[in-house]
Design a protein. Structure first.
Length: 258
């Protein structure tokens, strides 16, 4: 990682789910372009490692362990970053879980599993955006980027109704927020990844037959990388996307186009 003091010099950002995968890639890239980054996730050791990587390259990172499904945790983490830096400019709401071994078709889905996925993925994003937006309003504007999934559009994750519903809910919430906050100078948008090589998808990456099944409808013919998703997130968070409001930027190798 090299600090290049680019598009985000002086900006103050929060990234949830920052200990690994897409969240880590986004946080590292934001810091590399000059942002001060608040790293939020449940697992402190992972956050510390990302923070050390950023600081070792000359960037600034604040480690903020929190469960994004718990409002007090979320508010405390976001408020702490805003207090330390005098405000916030960018909120990247990314934290999520997937439970493919525990979910089932609706008639067999356990309520506890449904609630766990919806609470983490959808309620967690609501809480992040709620407390993040409050600081962006104080600052007079900023950018919120939510992370969804093309499964929220396609419904092709057979046997994972909660995961698909949570991602579809994020899309609807993002559009509503975009309308609510545009006139206050806050741009709300969403990145919609397809099949991405991240730790959350290790189960898929290690199952050759399952991975081949998922790749069949992908025109790009390959799995995407976390860094490719980070590129889309950074663009939407930057001034280069100043006229993008309520957009769902699909980055799935063409999977949802066929």
């Amino acid at each position: 990682m090299e600090i290049i003091r680019g598009r985000f010099a002086g900006k103050r950002a929060i990234v949830t789910g920052a200990s690994m995968g897409i969240g880590k890639a986004v946080a590292v890239r934001l810091a590399a372009e000059g942002a001060r980054v608040g790293l939020v996730a449940r697992r402190k050791p992972g956050l510390e490692a990302v923070g050390e990587e950023i600081r070792g390259a000359g960037g600034e990172a604040l480690v903020l362990p929190a469960d994004c499904a718990v409002e007090d945790d979320v508010q405390s983490a976001i408020d702490r970053a805003a207090e330390q830096w005098g405000g916030l400019d960018i909120i990247v709401s990314n934290a999520a879980i997937e439970l493919p071994d525990e979910e089932a078709p609706v008639d067999r889905e356990e309520l506890a599993v449904w609630n766990r996925v919806i609470t983490t993925n959808l309620t967690g994003q609501f809480l992040t955006c709620k407390h993040g937006a409050r600081h962006l309003l104080k600052a007079g504007g900023g950018a919120i980027v939510c992370l969804g999934s093309n499964l929220g559009f396609l419904g092709t994750a057979a046997g994972e109704p909660a995961y698909s519903a949570s991602k579809g809910g994020i899309f609807a919430m993002m559009r509503d927020m975009a309308n609510d906050y545009a006139r206050s100078g806050i741009r709300v948008n969403m990145v919609v990844p397809g099949v991405i090589d991240t730790p959350m998808n290790d189960y898929l990456m290690k199952d050759t037959a399952m991975l081949q099944h998922w790749m069949e409808p992908v025109p790009a013919g390959r799995v995407g990388s976390a860094d490719e998703i980070a590129s889309a997130v950074l663009w939407l968070a930057s001034a280069e996307a100043s006229y993008c409001i309520g957009a769902a930027l699909v980055v799935d190798g063409g999977m949802s186009a066929v």
